[in-house]
Design a protein. Sequence first.
Length: 202
Amino acid sequence: MSEPDLFEIAVSFHEKGQVADAELYYRKFLDEQPGHPEALHLRGMALYSLNRPDEAAESIRDALPQLPDRADVHANLGLVLKNLGKFREAIDSLSQALALQPDFPECRNNLASTYLAFGHANDAFDILKRLAETNPEFAEGRNNLGVLLIRRGDLDEATQHLQAATDLNKDYVDAFINLGHAHVQKQNYSAAIEAFDRAVLL
């Protein structure tokens, strides 16, 4: 089997969600073409999906010298490093991704969640607040901002963002649950029950 065929098979498996098969064929391809940057990157993401984050980080790191201007590669490394609990390194990688591609809401959201996991709730809040302003259509960011607003006791604004998240994504179970909790704290029990019921039905 030719080398391009091995890579195409790996990508095809990956796109279908068959990540164990994808990882196998990425590895076979890399045996023939060691150091191929995209194969290293994608194998890293397959390894991450297989709950092998140490190997995933190593593979993505090996790709980066050849893909220094790829925001997605930096962002994916940051995601893996966060999973490993290496929060400072994750923040550096995610920040580098945003320096390369400022309009990257998924990455900005991951940066906020990394700061939160690192114990920097105020930094996370500031990032999510900015994200809601620049990308108001990004439902996950609105949900996460709503959760932090609940923690701060700002229930009216929390409800606004959580309602927006459910309007943007009508299948967003977590947002409906969080919206329900916000309504409970506001003692708006009928609205809370409605939100929880929607979550149960999804």
